[in-house]
Design a protein around this ligand. Structure first.
Ligand SMILES: NC(=O)c1ccc[n+]([C@@H]2O[C@H](COP(=O)([O-])OP(=O)(O)OC[C@H]3O[C@@H](n4cnc5c(N)ncnc54)[C@H](OP(=O)(O)O)[C@@H]3O)[C@@H](O)[C@H]2O)c1
Length: 283
């Protein structure tokens, strides 16, 4: 098996790369500077030359708040880049794996979103990811379109990794206030990566939701992290309106992994087990 990974410095890409090599697969991994998915010619040349068995697109613009003003760049990376990949992969009949987000939903439901629910993004970031989803579905037949949420991985930068953010805040502060009105499913990159590599061997293309099992608020997740690292400070509940941000986040965007168990025969471990494992691996 030979796979091509874009955005290879990202936290999810790093675990997909590592686990694929551990399986003995050949990995052609390109970091942003080597392959810019917004550059059609560059992407076409790379994929046509290497003709991998699968392309896994881990490149993304994930700066949710910045995307409100820098929306053209978000639309380019999250919408037009996937469009290029879909067109090129379709022409060469190469399956394409692409990741989207729980932020395509508006959060008005109070049970986890399934793959049958209709997106209605609240932010420019959510809209840019929804654009990418639509382009993939429109332009290629052989796709695994995988929505993930609240992603954390060992290689993640503090800006995109909530656990690292909480740990860095906890180092300097005796008191933390974390919001109770944002709820979703934390997801460890090594669990997502394992399932993605299993999924691409099934040939069962389509839309998936892939997260660790269960869901929690940011506050509950922070409480779990801080208890596990034995932080002695005080954690207080807060509301999103206490910390105004340019982008609106969904109140409830947990994802239901149906039909993952039906297809792979397993679901991902709980978010608590995944968080503890991340903290052990990080130490
Ligand atoms: N992080 C989350 O909480 C979260 C939540 C829901 C969904 N997702 C989705 O999950 C997937 C993986 O996310 P992640 O957390 O692993 O992201 P990440 O760590 O932010 O990695 C994204 C990578 O994409 C690269 N990149 C940006 N623009 C590019 C371009 N034009 N061409 C090629 N590479 C480019 C970045 O490189 P530079 O840094 O050098 O620009 C970075 O290495 C993405 O589709 C993301 O939208 C993530």
């Amino acid at each position: 098996m030979e796979i091509l990974i874009t955005g290879a410095n990202g936290q999810l890409a790093q675990d997909i790369w590592r686990l694929a090599e551990a399986k003995g697969w050949i990995v052609k991994a390109f970091v942003h500077q080597q392959l810019d998915i917004t550059n059609y010619t560059q992407v076409k040349e790379a994929i046509t030359f290497l003709k991998p068995d699968v392309v896994i697109n881990c490149a993304a613009y994930n700066a949710v708040d910045e995307a409100e003003t820098n929306w053209r760049q978000a639309f380019l990376v999250n919408g037009i880049g996937p469009r290029h990949l879909a067109t090129i992969c379709e022409n060469l009949t190469i399956p394409l794996v692409h990741f989207s987000t729980d932020f395509v939903f508006d959060g008005q439901k109070n049970t986890p979103y399934t793959i049958a629910d209709t997106p209605s993004p609240l932010s420019k970031y959510g809209l840019s990811k929804f654009l990418g989803e639509q382009e993939i579905v429109r332009l290629t037949h052989h796709y695994y379109l995988i929505r993930v949420s609240w992603v954390f991985g060992l290689k993640g930068k503090v800006g995109v990794n909530f656990i690292k953010k909480i740990i860095s805040w906890a180092k300097d502060k005796k008191r933390l206030r974390i919001v109770t009105d944002q709820t979703s499913s934390p997801s460890y990159t090594e669990d997502i990566a394992k399932a993605v590599l299993d999924l691409i061997q099934t040939g069962q293309y389509g839309l998936y939701h892939l997260t660790n099992t269960g869901y929690c608020s940011r506050y509950e997740w922070a409480r779990f992290i801080l208890k596990t690292i034995k932080w002695s400070g005080e954690l207080l509940p807060a509301k999103s309106k206490d910390f105004p941000t340019p982008a609106q986040r969904p109140v409830f965007s947990a994802l239901d992994s149906f039909p993952l168990k039906h297809i792979l025969g397993y679901e991902l471990p709980s978010w608590q087990e995944a968080t503890e494992r991340f903290l052990r691996n990080k130490a």
